[in-house]
Design a protein around this ligand. Structure first.
Ligand code: N01
Length: 534
């Protein structure tokens, strides 16, 4: 490519989800910013995941932007935990209100990034043929944006439609009169199935691993609660950043072992009915760190399943036994276990008898062929690394990111990768990611990145990189904090074990957001420790 023909920008932002939109807003006045987005609308996760029942599991007064006080004062969330249409509407409102669309090129995924070491600039190529040279790239590509589809053969044989929840038709799907097969009982499946079951003639749930799920307690937003948040927003946002998960969900001081069985039962019952998602994980100080304390909560949930689900055999199949509660992200539902009391819902164990293939009529295991009219897969994501590895990224000395990450991601602070200068990730692998409320923590990460870029200009540098020594120190920190929790006892997208053959250790930083942000801030303050600038 003739360099003279390239379009010039200062910063390319990849992705117009919540972090990408904020990055545009934060940087647009001082830099020439171009944003490329794969979808034909803004909102990222909340653009793609439009399956029935899609809803956030953090209360919306928290899960929203804090950068503009007028926005947070004026915006009204109709429900406590907003549904996907409201979140998408909010993303569009923000894009319009702040004039962000002028910077965004929709339906135009970035296909390759190539670092030019002579000029210290990235060359960005896109699906529509745009070629942009820029000093910095900010990858706000999403932790959960590349769907993972089951590997079964015979997809082309099946006569009916096959959907993935993360690529749901904009016009919706009518399942009336249909026999629907549903695969995936994680957070997504648990939200979608109770709604599909109300419409379908029959729903067959193919379960590989049962999920821990607690009721969301969603309700219309209480006006007094909303007024209280709006009256206190600046300090609330600040306080959120000082908490472990950037959220109002807090651990108590006391251990499960400090309580009598009666006290535990009362605490757990209150948590279950709290209308506050995740309360079960924080009812004792040691739910996430002590296997015995965790098991007390697990058994409480199993008891709830047995109470709710009328057929004892189905109830037992739904009881998770192979991993600790919270080891995978706790699912938050509305009528999930209750759904199994419907006559038109059947539960099938595909751990014992795995699905082997699609057939013309449906799905088959070794012993059974299931006849279906439509199949829905809610089989998760190639999380954290998938969205970066999808782009052909070439750094210094011709090194490809996909090769560097062949055995799992390596990063410094989850923000940069050695040998790939001037490329910053937001919510990348080894950041707090989904263990911290993602809009507020995303704003923090964008602000940190903007500060680094501004310092580069102030100090007259054109290249910032990190080192393999710094990456190693960060990997040690990520491992050290994850070893302290029960997360290591579960296979999930946190540790790359949700996809057969995927490599990588624990890919989320679970040392808490205050520790994460203070380490990022300290690296800058201590003369860009772990970075090399020139
Ligand atoms: O994906 P998952 P998800 N055969 O990976 C099953 C966020 N989120 O989309 O457990 C049969 O959790 C798989 O089985 P197993 C949230 O952070 C948030 O549900 O691997 N089954 C599992 O049951 C969440 O953690 C919200 O044995 C197969 C399911 O598919 C993250 O997104 C809502 C299979 C995948 O579960 C991901 O959730 C939704 C196979 N071959 C999502 N392959 C809220 O805010 C996979 N499975 C509420």
């Amino acid at each position: 490519m003739n360099k003279a023909a390239m379009e010039e920008a200062d910063i390319v932002v990849i992705g117009a989800g919540f972090s990408g939109l904020y990055a545009i807003w934060r940087l647009r006045n001082d830099h020439k910013v171009v944003c490329f987005e794969a979808g034909d609308g803004v909102g990222g996760t909340w653009y793609w995941n439009r399956y029935p029942g899609a809803r956030v599991d953090i209360q919306s007064v928290e899960y929203s932007y804090g950068f503009d006080d007028a926005l947070q004062q004026e915006w009204h969330w109709p429900e406590h935990f907003s549904a996907q249409p409201d979140l998408e509407r909010y993303a569009n409102h923000v894009a319009d209100r702040f004039g962000l669309r002028d910077f965004i090129r929709l339906s135009n995924a970035v296909q390759s990034l190539h670092f030019d070491a002579e000029t210290d600039r990235w060359h960005v190529r896109t699906a529509k043929g745009d070629v942009v040279s820029c000093r910095y790239v900010i990858a706000a590509t999403g932790a959960l944006s590349v769907p993972n589809s089951p590997p079964w053969p015979g997809r082309e044989l099946f006569k009916g439609p096959i959907y993935h929840t993360a690529d749901w038709p904009r016009e919706g799907v009518d399942f009336t009169g249909k026999r629907v097969g549903f695969i995936g009982t994680g957070s997504t499946g648990i939200q979608a199935m109770p709604i599909i079951a109300q419409q379908a003639a029959h729903l067959t749930v193919f379960q590989r691993t049962p999920a821990f799920c607690m009721p969301s307690g969603n309700k219309p937003l209480d006006p007094a609660f909303e007024r209280d948040w709006k009256a206190n927003y600046p300090q609330r946002r600040k306080q959120l950043l000082e908490t472990y998960g950037v959220s109002t969900i807090q651990y108590p001081e006391f251990s499960a072992h400090d309580c009598t069985p009666e006290q535990r039962e009362e605490i757990l019952e209150n948590a279950w009915n709290s209308q506050s998602a995740f309360q079960l994980l924080v009812c004792f100080s040691d739910v996430m760190t002590d296997r015995a304390a965790n098991e007390i909560v697990c058994e409480f949930v199993r008891g709830k399943i047995r109470q709710i689900v009328k057929d004892p055999a189905t109830a037992e199949m739904l009881c998770p036994r192979t991993y600790p509660i919270g080891g995978k992200r706790l699912c938050i539902g509305n009528g999930y276990f209750e759904m199994f009391n419907r006559d038109n819902v059947t539960l099938v164990d595909v751990k014992a008898d795995p699905i082997l293939a699609y057939t013309a009529k449906g799905l088959c295991t070794a012993g059974v062929e299931y006849e279906l009219d439509a199949i829905v897969t809610a089989t998760g994501f190639d999380a954290l690394t998938g969205s970066m590895n999808k782009i052909d990224i070439t750094g210094l000395n011709g090194r490809k990111m996909v090769d560097k990450w062949a055995n799992g991601p390596t990063t410094y602070l989850g923000a940069m990768v050695a040998g790939f200068p001037n490329l910053f990730m937001i919510h990348g692998p080894m950041t707090p990611g989904a263990q911290a409320q993602m809009i507020t923590s995303g704003e923090w990460q964008v602000n940190w990145t903007a500060g680094v870029i501004s310092d580069m200009e102030r100090d007259g540098y054109t290249r910032i990189d990190t080192t393999e020594v710094a990456e190693k120190s960060w990997a040690d920190e990520v491992d050290m904090v994850s070893e302290a929790t029960v997360h290591k006892l579960a296979d999930s997208w946190y540790n790359a074990k949700n996809i057969e053959g995927k490599k990588g250790g624990f890919m989320i930083y679970i040392g808490g957001f205050p520790r994460y942000s203070s380490l990022c801030a300290a690296a800058v303050k201590e003369g860009y420790k772990g970075f090399v600038r020139r």
